[in-house]
Ligand binder design. Structure first.
Ligand code: PYL
Length: 269
């Protein structure tokens, strides 16, 4: 999983409303509807009344990312949670959150970003939720994925989960990865096709879920393509952005689905 940087996170807080606008414009769903759709729920299924959430800064590994926890808390607040950042970090911060009545605790080290539901004793995982959120966004923007050809770029955690979701949803999935064997392994595991020619695959698909850090030149993107793109870094050129509908944000969509999945563990009506 590519680690976010201070720069990538810096812009998250100021763009929460524009992400919501982008989602409505491209998928017909706002943040809450998309997050619930990703989980097979509707907003009315979950009550967030008095729902307390805390984001705990985690200093392990490469350490804290500036404003990561603050951005996570802001996203949770946008969904209607009473969310804040703990004073302390790590285990002390976790204990602070539990003592303050947390129902969900958000924590991320360099490998796992989890939203732990204290009441239910289980957690939402960012990789699963990011895959579900970007799959839901692609489905919304495309008007459904059943019977549609979809290219998944990147057979890592998010790409693999999303590819499996879309195969189960009836899409004709093709997987491509810079490591061809990884694409082939995933494709055979989920009953999809694999391509060993990434450029050809991109130029022959209207629907793409890009879970790779690759820079995709606009010249090979089809006019009118829809690219649901959790991949970071996010580097589409002007030609690509003019030809395609590109759905992307570095943290918001995945965190929104995590927050709602974590809440669903204790608040499903
Ligand atoms: C959750 C993001 C999405 C993509 N990559 C994942 C990442 O950057 N993980 C590392 C997060 C580290 C957070 C740091 C802190 O500020 O608490 N430990």
């Amino acid at each position: 999983m590519t680690r976010l940087t201070d720069d990538l996170v810096r812009g998250v807080s100021g763009s929460l409303d524009s992400v919501d606008d982008m989602l409505r414009r491209t998928t017909g769903m706002g943040r809450m509807e998309m997050a619930c759709d990703a989980l097979g729920l509707s907003p009315g299924d979950i009550s967030l009344e008095g729902f307390k959430a805390f984001a705990v800064p985690i200093t392990s590994g490469l350490g804290v990312i500036k404003r990561f926890s603050e951005s996570v808390a802001e996203i949770a607040r946008k969904l209607g949670m009473d969310a804040s950042v703990t004073e302390s970090s790590d285990v002390t911060g976790f204990a602070e959150a539990v003592n303050a009545g947390a129902e969900t605790v958000f924590m991320a080290d360099d490998t796992t970003f989890a939203a732990y539901n204290v009441k239910a004793g289980t957690y939402a995982n960012n990789s699963f939720c990011t895959a579900a959120g970007y799959t839901s966004a692609l489905k919304g923007a495309a008007g459904g994925l059943e019977g549609r050809k979809v290219l998944v770029l990147g057979a890592g955690r998010v790409g693999s989960i999303a590819a499996g979701m879309m195969v189960r949803g009836g899409a004709a999935v093709c997987v491509a990865d810079i490591e061809t064997e990884r694409a082939e392994r995933l494709a055979s595991a989920i009953g999809a096709k694999a391509s060993d020619d990434i450029r050809k695959a991109i130029s022959s698909h209207d629907l793409i879920l890009n879970a790779s850090p690759a820079r995709i030149p606009g010249s090979i993107i089809r006019e009118g393509a829809i690219i649901s793109s959790p991949g970071i870094p996010h580097t589409f050129d002007a030609e690509g952005l003019s030809k395609a509908t590109v759905i992307h944000d570095p943290l918001d969509i995945g965190t929104s689905v995590m927050a709602m999945q974590s809440a669903s563990f204790s608040r499903l009506k």
